[in-house]
Ligand binder design. Structure first.
Ligand code: SF4
Ligand code: SF4
Length: 141
């Protein structure tokens, strides 16, 4: 395939293994994520933060179950808040750190079997940039 015609979707095909919903330091949530998820599950904001979030430094992450999976992960349905999942989950694996260092794409592929690593770094970065711009348009802050 000529690299010029490579689209973001060519670099990634989710295998639905659920590995990204387990461990890895937690899933950060923005204020907007918290508002969206709380509204989606019809929980008051304070209750939502108390039950479903945990502090991580100065930020909040989603709580995890005893088995290490995200509190919103279900083995049969995968993400139970899919329409409003946090920005971090929505963007994966097209995340800003790949623009800072494309080698991060390789590192991420060790934990995510959906990531293809047979494209040159400049092509990966072009696709990540394209996806992030699209995300900004779809979800203005
Ligand atoms: S680890 Fe990668 S392939 Fe597995 S569910 Fe998450 S995004 Fe999909
Ligand atoms: S919010 Fe959904 S996609 Fe994100 S870690 Fe939790 S279960 Fe996985």
């Amino acid at each position: 395939m000529p690299y010029k015609s490579v689209r973001p979707g060519d670099l990634f095909d989710c295998q639905m293994c659920g590995e990204c919903c387990r461990g890895f330091g937690g899933t950060y949530v923005t204020d907007k994520d918290i508002q969206n998820i709380a509204a989606y599950i019809e929980a008051p904001l304070e209750t939502f933060v108390e039950i479903y979030c945990r502090p991580s430094g100065s930020k909040l992450v989603l709580a995890q179950k005893d088995d290490g999976y995200c509190i919103f992960f279900d083995p049969t349905r995968q993400c139970t808040i899919h329409p409003v999942k946090p920005r971090m989950c929505r963007q994966w694996p097209y995340i800003p750190s790949v623009l800072i260092d494309p080698f991060n794409w390789e590192i991420m592929s060790g934990a995510c079997p959906g990531i293809r690593t047979d494209f040159p770094p400049e092509v990966v970065q072009k696709c990540v940039r394209e996806k992030l711009l699209q995300d900004q348009r779809d979800y203005p802050r």
